[in-house]
Design a protein around this ligand. Structure first.
Ligand SMILES: Cc1cc2nc3c(=O)[nH]c(=O)nc-3n(C[C@H](O)[C@H](O)[C@H](O)COP(=O)(O)OP(=O)(O)OC[C@H]3O[C@@H](n4cnc5c(N)ncnc54)[C@H](O)[C@@H]3O)c2cc1C
Length: 188
């Protein structure tokens, strides 16, 4: 456990990049918050790699059934039940998502609803406070989204200490219509 109030590391975005970072940081004994506005797993698990591979698997089965004769196997393809294919795909995604949620929980990583950040609207009562997040020692932006990265930098600007990174982010933010003001890097 850290000797300060904030998290050791706050990760914005719970996709493949964000949750891998969170799991590794927790493995190293860090106190970790993972801020996600949707479901952990991100693009790969919910809209990308996993659902597409499930659909491809079903398509492959259909191909094999149609082409069984080429292998000396008597099969016929009667048709494709798209609702059934989608149900199979959703089942695969849900099983993996539940596994990931369980894994993240078992490593004591706090998952925070990103829809609540940035801003002072973070709920009071049990659970992590906004202060714990703002006073983190390090922040990682894994949102796969330049606009969200700029928001994250505006939210925790003193965590971005590297001048080249600041200049790049300033240019990106300006292109998106936001002027960022950089305070002195936090002395941590
Ligand atoms: C159809 C498709 C198929 C793909 N197939 C493959 C494949 O076979 N193999 C492969 O290697 N890659 C594949 N990819 C690419 C892969 O999905 C991405 O490279 C990977 O998901 C990127 O991970 P990430 O963590 O950077 O971003 P993401 O997975 O996009 O995660 C970003 C997360 O940040 C969250 N977020 C964004 N803004 C905020 C905010 N302001 N506050 C809080 N949370 C926020 C989002 O909700 C999201 O969960 C595929 C992609 C697509 C679209």
């Amino acid at each position: 456990m850290a000797d300060h109030d904030g998290y050791d590391i706050v990760i914005l975005g719970g996709g493949s990049g964000g949750y891998a970072c969170a799991l590794r940081a927790a493995e190293l004994g860090k106190r970790v918050a993972l801020v996600e506005k949707g479901k952990v797993g991100g693009t790969c698990l919910h809209r990308g790699c996993i659902p597409t591979k499930a659909l491809l698997h079903a398509a492959e089965l259909a191909d094999h059934a149609r082409d069984g004769a080429a292998f000396g196997v008597k099969t016929t393809l009667d048709g494709i039940d798209m609702a059934g294919v989608n149900a199979y795909k959703d089942k695969v995604v849900t099983r993996l998502w539940r596994g990931l949620v369980g894994l993240i929980g078992s490593r004591h990583i706090d998952v925070i609803d990103g829809a609540q950040l940035p801003g002072a609207r973070f709920p009071s009562g049990p659970g992590p406070s906004l202060t714990q997040i703002e006073e983190c020692l390090a922040a990682v932006c894994a949102t796969a989204d330049v606009r969200a990265a700029c928001i994250a930098c505006a939210w925790l600007p003193d965590r971005v200490s590297d001048q080249t990174t600041r200049e790049t982010i300033t240019r990106l933010a300006r292109a998106l219509g936001t002027d960022l003001a950089w305070p002195e890097p936090a002395g941590r």
